[in-house]
Design a protein around this ligand. Structure first.
Ligand SMILES: Nc1ncnc2c1ncn2[C@@H]1O[C@H](COP(=O)(O)OP(=O)(O)OP(=O)(O)O)[C@@H](O)[C@H]1O
Ligand SMILES: Nc1ncnc2c1ncn2[C@@H]1O[C@H](COP(=O)(O)OP(=O)(O)OP(=O)(O)O)[C@@H](O)[C@H]1O
Lengths: 221, 221
């Protein structure tokens, strides 16, 4: 269980704060915008309305005792992000993750001691070029080269067929694929049964080789 | 090989444009900021200085013949992003990927016909919470908010224990987690049995909520 301080509750900052809290860490969220703090109440351990460039405020919250700080401001607050990162390292926070809005911003953050730089828009841009355009997959996680788990919408030809009829389960195994889960609306079915019916709007979590996933993608086009 | 039109060359837009071009697709990049166009020359097939809300300009570049359009503007240009998306769909571009800066922006884009919505900062925020630290997951794929699949090294405490002894399978289910696969060396075991022994060097593919994955990360430290 880590003590994490997240400064700057834009989309990146609020998402990482919420996700870390759900993972079981203690999360202190700091923002200078009161509305952002209101939105975070109950979604993190503490949400405080404060100016993170004010060192005495950081001292008051004993930020130097934290394991990790995330400096999440974006392109609209480059100077602030650099200053807060410098303060965090200066106060002895062992691991500081800083979000960068440009390569120059990133190398400056590195030079003042940030331990890890994240470029959210660039990361997403790279991923989108591979996954947003791979007409089949919505997401993909390799397990070994040429075998992995992908997230995809089922081909229309499979709507209202059971997994067995669609050739997607171990008994029929037409595609040598394993449907590990089905996301339906806001919920999911783990290890669906052979007689589970595929619905339009479903998202299938499927494991298979690139070749076999590729055959499935073909049907989806 | 696809014909792709990317509108808006901020960090997300310029990255996806460059990446798609490198992947071998034909990329037309459009931006109203001349400097952005200068930067893209040679990194895409064509970079044109134009106002993408001007339908006659889009017609002039025969955008309706393209396979995909990416509307990449962010939070500073929400109205523009909505208008350009509507124009693209109206002109018959078959697949339009639109970047959203908020949930409302995203659902508006969906309602006017965007085929895929990307939330770059949120995507990166989720991933960074699992993967951005020295501990925790090697990779992470969300299925629904707060439930996903992560790739992680087993805690040393689990070495040479069976999945059942380690509390990692349905019968004992101490962590409410599902070990979907184990990568061992260059191969993998799908749906491992309860008596499968965890080896040093294994990589576990585990599904669970953030809270339960968090408990597992704890042991791995
Ligand atoms: N000195 C400060 N102390 C604390 N929070 C601050 C300070 N300055 C700015 N912030 C906060 O940082 C947050 C993020 O700011 P910024 O506008 O730079 O990022 P963003 O582009 O909105 O982020 P994202 O792209 O993740 O949505 C804002 O909520 C803002 O109130
Ligand atoms: N009407 C338009 N036609 C073409 N390009 C436009 C138009 N309006 C804005 N743009 C361009 O869109 C680009 C992205 O704009 P925006 O500021 O919304 O995103 P950003 O927040 O900088 O993006 P990122 O977060 O990806 O860096 C800018 O380069 C801007 O010049």
């Amino acid at each position: 269980k880590k003590q994490v301080c997240v400064v700057g509750l834009g989309r990146f900052g609020s998402t990482i704060a919420r996700e870390l809290y759900q993972t079981g860490h203690d999360v202190l969220a700091i923002d200078i915008d009161e509305e952002k703090i209101q939105e975070m109440l109950g979604q993190v351990t503490y949400a405080v309305w404060a100016d993170a460039t004010n060192e005495s405020v950081l001292k008051e919250f004993e930020v130097s005792d934290y394991d990790v700080a995330v400096v999440a401001m974006g392109g609209n607050n480059i100077q602030t992000s650099i200053l807060v990162t410098a303060l965090m390292k200066g106060m002895g926070v062992p691991y500081v993750i800083a979000r960068a809005a440009s390569d120059i911003h990133g190398s400056t953050l590195e030079r003042i001691g940030a331990d890890k730089i994240i470029h959210p828009e660039m990361e997403s841009g790279v991923r989108a070029a591979h996954v947003g355009f791979d007409w089949g997959a919505l997401d993909y996680m390799p397990i070994v080269p040429n075998f992995g788990i992908c997230k995809m919408r089922p081909p229309a030809a499979m709507y209202h067929k059971t997994l067995e009829e669609a050739g997607l389960c171990n008994s029929s195994d037409r595609y040598n694929l394993s449907v590990m889960a089905i996301r339906r609306g806001r919920t999911y079915i783990m290890n669906p049964a052979d007689d589970e019916e595929v619905q339009p709007g479903d998202v299938l979590i499927v494991a298979g080789t690139n070749e076999h996933l590729g055959e499935l993608y073909e049907l989806a086009v």
